[in-house]
Design a protein around this ligand. Sequence first.
Ligand code: AMP
Length: 215
Amino acid sequence: MNLIFLGPPGAGKGTQAQRLEKEAGARQLSTGDMLREAVASGSEIGRRAKAIMDKGELVSDEVVIGIVGERLGQERQGFILDGFPRTVAQAEALDRLLAEKKLKLDRVVEFAVDDEALVDRLSGRFNCKSCGAMYHDRHKRPKVAGLCDRCGGREFLRRPDDNPETIRTRLAAYARQTAPLLPYYRGKGLLLTVDGMADIAQVAGLIDRALGQKG
Ligand code: AMP
């Protein structure tokens, strides 16, 4: 199944994409992760992207579309686009890429959440340094403190853009540039909306039911 997860930063897209990757085999394609890899590699694209990401603004459509174009289409059991597309130009480019690669989008899942909760979610989250598993100070702590549930790693990272000022810029970028994608995909009959305010297990159930996989 080929999916897009759409919603503001902190809505739970990454958490649910990681879960579906594990349970259903679909591949999570996160442009944020790809850009952070480019930053870590010290490439020219990475250096330019870092300054923009640190401010909470969007990296240029051209760069992001190029990165996705290189990756998309290598998945055997479908993909979950997480954080892409983020502008109408990216959505139109995705339509062209899918047509070129003879792929079809099955659903776009919107995570509906309110802004107040997002600041709380973003400011408490951290990842395992080795496997990327996501945690939260209040909502999803490792089962054993200081030890990753998934790989046993002992080092964790917090994203530099998960600070209150950058979070506000990222939420504004979502409202201005990404929210117009909701009518775009509704018009194509692909949009499903789930309540992203529920807890992680409940959101998982809502997504599975909406996609017709369980229950
Ligand atoms: P994320 O991990 O999805 O929250 O993305 C982190 C940051 O990477 C964003 O704040 C943007 O600066 C950049 N980014 C990720 N995906 C995109 C995209 N599709 N278009 C433009 N910038 C992006």
